[in-house]
Write a protein that binds this ligand. Structure first.
Ligand code: SF4
Length: 234
């Protein structure tokens, strides 16, 4: 298990505006984002934790990762030929999360939220880059409990994921991420899941029908669901 608390990210205006996918970069919007960045950049300290874990006991729709049992058909199929995976948690960090934006200033609150979102995405990308280099990996894909396919890999399995790192208290102590009783992470701009090497890229968005999602990376593919059903009934 390794904690990364010095993740180099380039949290600048361009990165935030790109993340926001603005069609029209109006001066007042850019000005507000710039102002919020001045608050964010001096304190931003994203953090991550990851583990190198091995797959065991593949059985039906379940498998064990680092000795912890997970149940998800899609995860099980995706990891069918994989032996080593990288459970991870990445956060924008409490320092950024605890910056006080007046609650009645909705506009600035929104832009600050976008900055936190950008910070966690940039940090996750850096973690992937680091893992690829350190473990000589090719393409990586990732899956997260509850991110999509809610029925297949329920968010309740965040508990199992956190237990790979020694449990909720340990994760909070190491990187400041608290898992609530409803399985949400605080800071809310945190991401968790399993990174795994793949030849064919997999994105949860392929199996998520949610419309108008700003985070969508690839198109929804209803056919893919059928493929996973078929593969598991072989
Ligand atoms: S479309 Fe949005 S909600 Fe669905 S998996 Fe992708 S990022 Fe997550």
């Amino acid at each position: 298990m390794e904690v990364l608390n010095n993740i180099p990210i380039k949290l600048d205006l361009e990165a935030v505006l790109k993340r926001m996918r603005l069609r029209n970069r109006r001066e007042n919007i850019v000005g507000n984002v710039r102002e919020m960045l001045e608050l964010a950049r001096p304190v931003a300290k994203p953090k991550a934790i990851y583990e190198v874990a091995y797959i065991e006991n593949k059985n039906g729709d379940s498998l064990e990762i680092g000795g912890v049992k997970f149940t998800s058909r899609v995860l099980r199929v995706n990891l069918d030929k994989v032996e080593r995976v990288f459970p991870f948690i990445v956060t924008c960090g409490r320092e950024l999360d605890e910056v006080n934006i007046p609650p009645d200033d909705f506009i600035k609150g929104y832009y600050f939220d976008q900055i936190k979102e950008t910070a966690v995405v940039l940090a996750r990308q850096q973690v992937e880059k680091y893992l690829k280099k350190r473990y000589a990996l090719g393409q990586l894909s990732r899956m997260a409990p509850g991110a999509a396919m809610k029925i297949d890999w329920p968010i309740t399995q965040q508990m199992e994921l956190f237990s790979v790192f020694g449990g909720r208290e340990k994760v909070e102590e190491l990187i400041g991420v608290r898992l609530t009783d409803t399985f949400l992470m605080v800071p809310i701009k945190s991401v968790s899941g399993i990174l795994f090497p793949t030849e064919v890229s997999f994105e949860s968005c392929q199996m998520c029908p949610r419309e108008n999602c700003i985070g969508r990376r690839v198109e929804y593919d209803p056919e893919l669901e059928k493929k996973y059903q078929l593969e598991t009934t072989k």
